[in-house]
Design a protein around this ligand. Structure first.
Ligand code: ADP
Ligand code: MG
Length: 256
């Protein structure tokens, strides 16, 4: 049985996609079988895994509308050694088209159930909104990984996400819980980063992952080559951190 995690934060540019792609590649390096689900119409996770979003025959869009199975729409990221359920701009239309469908918040869950046995981890890269797409992700998942930067406004908006998770937990998915906050783009030379980081630890205790992802230019460069940072430059600090985070997640699921 796969453990399913959403990488979510309704803010854009906080490192969701970088985390989704590199945690997938990090877990693959640890011999875990991984499916990365791109739930963002921007298709950044798809491209970052080395898959051309413009050339898709079928994608998560068809899966959500019941026109394709995950088994036929998934593709292999050779660079990352994991599978990808890809997305592109078409997905933006699904939001409206799904309004007509029954069980519209459970479409992804039902589709993923059919490939459950193929994976150890399914990671869902959510869009920067608390939309019907994100809701489909949250309904499918056992837990949420929340990437955040250690800056002054880091916690702003977090309560909206936490409240949404609570509502989904109460009404749609009793399995759902926050697995942890992941500190990303961390710059140890900044006093503010250090301060916010220790405040997070004081406030949220073991809901803060031990691994800290540093700001690392290799992680930012890798997507333009269509290669996850973990594979692009495995020795870089960023790659090493995501591999360590993979190990932390492997450990974490043992008690789930
Ligand atoms: P989101 O998916 O939340 O919008 P992204 O993962 O796309 O965020 O990250 C936003 C930008 O920050 C991208 O340009 C990405 O390359 C860069 N970035 C993310 N994490 C890091 C990091 N640890 N070090 C350096 N750049 C990063
Ligand atoms: Mg993104």
């Amino acid at each position: 049985m796969a453990k399913i995690f959403c990488v979510a934060n309704q803010k854009g540019g906080v490192g969701k996609t970088t985390t989704s792609v590199n945690l997938s590649a990090g877990l693959a390096k640890l011999d875990q079988r991984v499916l990365l689900v791109d739930l963002d119409p921007q298709g950044n996770a798809t491209m970052g895994a080395g898959i051309n979003k413009a050339g898709l025959t079928s994608s998560i869009y068809e899966v959500l509308l019941g026109e394709a199975d995950v088994a036929s729409a998934r593709l292999r990221s050779e660079a990352g050694r994991f599978d990808v359920l890809p997305a592109n701009r078409e997905l933006a239309g699904a939001e409206v088209e799904m309004v007509e469908l029954e069980n519209r918040e459970r479409r992804l869950k039902e589709a993923l159930a059919k490939v459950d046995a193929d994976y150890d981890f399914i990671l869902i890269d959510c869009p920067p909104a608390l939309s019907m797409l994100t809701l489909n992700g949250l309904v499918s998942a056992h837990g949420v990984i929340i990437p955040m930067q250690c800056e002054y406004y880091a916690l702003e908006g977090l309560s909206d996400l936490v409240n949404t998770i609570k509502k989904v937990h109460a009404n749609l998915n009793q399995d759902l819980r926050i697995i942890g906050l992941l500190r990303v783009m961390f710059d140890p030379r900044m006093t503010l980063s250090q301060q916010v980081s220790s405040q997070l630890e004081q406030h949220f205790g073991d809901k803060v992952f031990k691994t800290i992802i540093p700001r690392n230019v290799r992680l930012a460069e890798a997507p333009s080559y269509g290669i996850p940072g973990v594979t692009f430059d495995p020795a870089s600090k960023g790659a090493q951190a995501y591999i360590a985070f993979g190990a932390e997640m492997v450990e974490r699921i043992k008690s789930m």
